[in-house]
Write a protein that binds this ligand. Sequence first.
Ligand SMILES: [Zn+2]
Length: 372
Amino acid sequence: MRFRTFQIARLFGIPIIVDLTWLPVVALHVWLASSVYLPRQTGYTFTTLEYYVFGVIMSALLFASIVAHELAHALAARLERVQIIDIQLHVFGGWTRLAGEPSTPLGEFRIAVAGPSGSFVVGLGFFICLALIEWLPYFEFKPMIERIFVYLFIGNLVLAMFNLLPGLPLDGGRALRAWLWHRSGDIGQATKTSKRMGIAIAYMLSSFGLFSAAWWGDYLSGAWLVVVGFFLYNVARANERQQVARVASLRVPGTIGELMSAPAVGVPPDVTIDDFIERVLSSHRHTTFPVMRDGRLHGIVSLGRLREVPKEAWSRTLIREVMEPVNDTLFISSRASVPNAVHKLSKSAIGHLAVVDNEGLVVGYVSQADLH
Ligand SMILES: [Zn+2]
């Protein structure tokens, strides 16, 4: 389901977007904090207004913690030279949307663990605040502020640990996928395994939620776990179905979609030759690569052309400066017939074609060798 979204801030040039489903969650959190958690923890000694003022502050700090978690992902992605679209806050927390993916397992791993690491650091910060306030002499709001720091300390630890569960779409699942990808070199298989783990974790969370409701009568957190498990299950399954179905639907017999290699191993246009060699070429021994961003073809780069660049210039020459810029001899529709593709390849100087779907997004890559 998609609801209306709007931008609430811009940090480090990254838009922070809010989904409408997020607003009831904020309201619920303010209410639970102000009329349940804080009064119970402090013995009902303050006025309702005071509880609401501190409840709002506590909620704001919790949601700032979620933004900090996402921001850690986004800044790590920026270091890996992956473009960031925005950070979205919704009913289940946050989501950093990246345009494209890092080209190496290490890059993927760094982006995945940056979020939980950020949450650990923020949690530690609240722990230090707690220690400082404990150390101060008594003042009127001291018990209230203490409880808020305890809550934020634990909240950030839970945020970090929950996200480290090793199944997609969680951060731990992305780290697991990076590790499997690094070990086997096969990103497709790594993704499949991590998604299966995600589905297993979804089942475990939901069963544990049901168990805790039935056994301990803990209906609220039980129901929450069931809902979270259901959400994770849906995301893990939907992605799997979509991707398999998408490529499968393009594999029509007699068309180039049937014979193409998918997914295509691409290079972003703005990386240097040095980075390309270290991050892409080291794990993919092809002779040419499609240059793409957001699934859009920018050109094709060939090793033959790279060799003409003097070695001392590799650290400052960008791929887009040496690629063959996109033109209609470089790509073909996945629905084109095989003879058609053979004909087009025979006239191509590069000997490879990017295969695009009907939205113009790169879905595969094809060489003369694939057609024999
Ligand atoms: Zn995360």
